[in-house]
Design a protein around this ligand. Structure first.
Ligand code: ZN
Length: 216
């Protein structure tokens, strides 16, 4: 794919996120590892679903601006690219239900994994990364302990991030986070959250291991 084609696809992903209420105003950012030392990334301070492909910025793996006005949250993207050689695409959005869990239940370290078979099968688990001030180095350093093993993560009191080996995987991961958070929200309002048995959990973990590390 050419840079222009990739830029158009990045904007398509932003439209999907916007249409699913995961991006408000100038929220979120999407990046794509073009080569060993060039990353395309959405611009700072713009509504990503409505930009022109020419506005997609470019940075080096060390964070230097190559072209445009790259996102202020690029340190998070760089932490993932540096620690995850397989990461090709990163999607960061602000999915409301996922963030709400981190606000209402600050002691939670992951979404309740043992409640949903699909959560285990499709992503393994969804950890909640401690809060960082947006735009600071903490956004990268707090992620480090979760990498490269986790491809989907909630960022406490802020948003979520999903990385993948291609565009589909990265967007699927983000949709999976918000969908699981929404089901768990409804379940918690209907009654107590119930868990599957340890034996079934082990079976699902084995199936997940067979499927491999990709978000599905
Ligand atoms: Zn953000």
């Amino acid at each position: 794919m050419t840079k222009k084609q990739i830029s158009k696809q990045i904007i398509e992903i932003a439209k999907r996120l916007y249409n699913r209420n995961m991006l408000a105003a100038c929220d979120g950012n999407i990046s794509y590892r073009l080569s060993d030392d060039e990353i395309l990334i959405t611009p700072s301070g713009r509504a990503k679903a409505f930009i022109d492909p020419k506005e997609i910025s470019s940075i080096s793996l060390k964070g230097a601006t190559v072209a445009g006005n790259p996102s202020s949250e690029r340190l998070m993207h760089l932490a993932i690219y540096n620690k995850c050689p397989k990461a090709k695409v990163i999607v960061h959005a602000h999915p409301p239900m996922a963030v709400a869990w981190s606000v209402a239940k600050p002691a939670l370290t992951e979404l309740p994994t043992k409640c949903l078979t699909e959560l285990i099968l499709c992503v393994g688990k969804i950890p909640i990364v401690p809060m960082a001030i947006p735009g600071t180095e903490d956004m990268g350093s707090l992620l480090n302990p979760y990498l490269p093993d986790n491809r989907v993560m909630i960022l406490a009191r802020h948003g979520a991030v999903s990385w993948g080996e291609d565009l589909d995987e990265a967007i699927n991961g983000m949709e999976r986070i918000e969908h699981a958070a929404t089901i768990l929200y409804h379940a918690s309002h209907l009654g107590e959250l119930s868990e599957i048995s340890d034996a079934d959990f082990e079976k699902l973990l084995a199936l997940r291991a067979d499927l491999g590390p990709r978000s599905i």
